[in-house]
Design a protein around this ligand. Structure first.
Ligand SMILES: NC(=O)C[C@H](N)C(=O)O
Length: 504
């Protein structure tokens, strides 16, 4: 991969102590203090993205060519994925107020962690997550980061392909106006996933630069905006309770020998209960909330590759891009969760889209929404695959130049593994829960904080300085969240109370 190649030229010194010898490779005039402000950031950009002056600037050169807007699209697309479909379920298990509080906290913490990553990367002139790990802790640091990125992003891609597997057959069935599912190959989710992977995802995943994917990311985001509008619209057009639920309630009462009006009254009260929003809820499923939210905001493996390709890069500009993307996604996440929840209340499933099938599986708007979400997640796969391929190259071929053969083979290998995984994935919440509870806290909280602590020199920020203490608290918070969510999930599984929702 060409862009990070410069990083690989940097002589890396594991331990977090700063070798002066490293800096001239990046930019001699920057000296000991790496670029920390916007005036110096040009130096950082030039040093990092060296290119031959005789060469015409070109998209595939080292010099970043991706505009601010395209980078916002790419990062937003990296953030936005299947996480959005799990949020209404999270809201049903927390209540509106607690959900809003937790969502705000996760969004703010996510932005702070990008700040830590950018600051560490500015200090050592490295724009690759794994190499920050190497600078901080040597090979174990690099491997831990690469492993977490691989796990997280493979989990994310599997969940996207899982959506394709479960939704695409329904879309085709509706298009063909078929009452029943047939046994034709085009109704088989497994074949369809393979087809989409080969024809759409693989060609996009072969791009050498993330910057090229800006347009597809923009399109993917507009599909998600359409999804959001449809969710809001449906809130006002789907009856509550759903006729099927209502029939259950009525059915129960018809067995009882009570006066008809009294039964009717109770039915209405029960229906009203089913359709009243809760502001604060705690139950066994609340444990999934933080992992689902953490999963939804993960974009950290993509931040540094996007930074590398940014035109006129500076830490401040990249932080703006990140804050803007997180803010837009925060609003979209909240609205999607709120209106999804207010449509089905406690009846919402772990995968929101699936819940709409209960209303009318052949509804045209829902069909369009399905197509939009399918398009959005399909176009997100190449963005999320990018850092995994990088991590694998870092782990297996650390010092080798770019090779098209390796680039193509890793993409094919990865897509093959993910396809196999999807064919056996138990259900989408399992993926959100376990990945969100393990690699997501590592990538968002623990690694950025401990890498920062080790990388920022003590003469610049002593170990007891406020930023470093804050960073340590951040790592401890991540550790706590990870342990808490994992133990809740294990208890939930062990006790068999898990109602994973969805019919997957
Ligand atoms: N990029 C990721 O790792 C997951 C993404 N945040 C999602 O919601 O699907």
């Amino acid at each position: 991969m060409e862009a990070p190649l410069q990083t690989e030229l940097v002589e890396l010194v594991p331990n977090g102590k700063h070798s002066e010898g490293l800096l001239p490779v990046i930019t001699p005039m920057a000296g000991n203090q790496r670029v920390e402000d916007s005036t110096q950031s040009c130096v950082e950009g030039k040093g990092f993205l060296q290119k031959s002056p005789s060469k015409e600037p070109h998209f595939t050169d080292f010099e970043g060519k991706t505009s601010f807007g395209m980078s916002v699209f790419n990062l937003s697309n990296a953030i936005m994925g299947s996480g959005i479909l799990g949020l209404a379920y999270a809201m049903a298990n927390t209540g509106i107020i607690l959900f809003l509080f937790l969502l705000t906290a996760v969004a703010l913490l996510s932005s702070y962690s990008i700040h830590l990553l950018l600051k560490s990367s500015g200090i050592v002139g490295i724009r690759a997550y794994e190499q920050l790990g190497y600078r901080a802790f040597g090979t174990p640091g690099k491997l831990a980061a690469a492993l977490a990125i691989t796990l997280q992003n493979i989990g994310a891609m599997s969940s996207y392909l899982y959506i394709i597997k479960s939704e695409l057959p329904l879309v085709i069935q509706t298009f063909l106006n078929l009452e029943e599912k047939t046994s034709d190959w085009y109704m088989n989710g497994n074949y369809l996933v393979i087809l989409v992977s080969v024809t759409i995802i693989l060609p996009l995943a072969l791009m050498r630069q993330l910057g090229y994917l800006g347009y597809s990311s923009g399109f993917s985001l507009s599909c998600m905006v359409f999804f959001l509008i449809a969710v809001i619209y449906k809130k006002f057009h789907v009856p509550c309770p759903l006729p099927s639920n209502f029939a259950n309630v009525t059915g129960n009462f018809s067995h009882m020998e009570v006066i008809e009006e009294k039964a009717q009254l109770q039915v209405e009260t029960e229906a009203a209960d089913l359709c009243a929003p809760s502001y604060f809820t705690l139950n066994s499923q609340t444990a999934y909330t933080i992992p689902i939210m953490a999963f939804a905001f993960v974009c950290h493996p993509e931040v540094l590759p996007i930074y590398t390709e940014l035109k006129d890069p500076s830490k401040k500009k990249m932080q703006h891009i990140s804050n803007l993307s997180i803010a837009v996604m925060y609003v979209m996440y909240f609205l999607a969760a709120l209106f999804g929840y207010l449509t089905f209340y406690d009846g919402v499933e772990s995968e929101l889209l699936h819940t709409y099938s209960k209303v009318d599986p052949f509804d045209v708007l829902i069909l369009c929404v399905r197509v939009a979400v399918l398009t959005a997640v399909t176009l997100t796969v190449p963005i999320v695959l990018f850092p995994v391929r990088r991590a694998i190259q870092q782990m297996l071929f650390p010092d080798q130049d770019f090779s098209w053969l390796r680039h193509v083979l890793i993409a094919i290998g990865l897509l093959t593994c993910i396809n196999l995984l999807v064919i056996f994935a138990p259900n989408i919440l399992g993926i959100f829960g376990v990945i969100g509870a393990t690699s997501a806290p590592c990538l968002i909280f623990i690694f950025p904080a401990i890498f920062y602590f080790r990388i920022v020199p003590t003469d610049k920020e002593p170990a007891r300085s406020t930023p470093k203490i804050l960073a340590l608290c951040f790592a401890v918070l991540g550790l706590l969240l990870m342990t808490m969510s994992l133990s809740f999930i294990i208890i939930d599984w062990a006790s068999g109370t898990s109602r994973h929702g969805g019919n997957h």
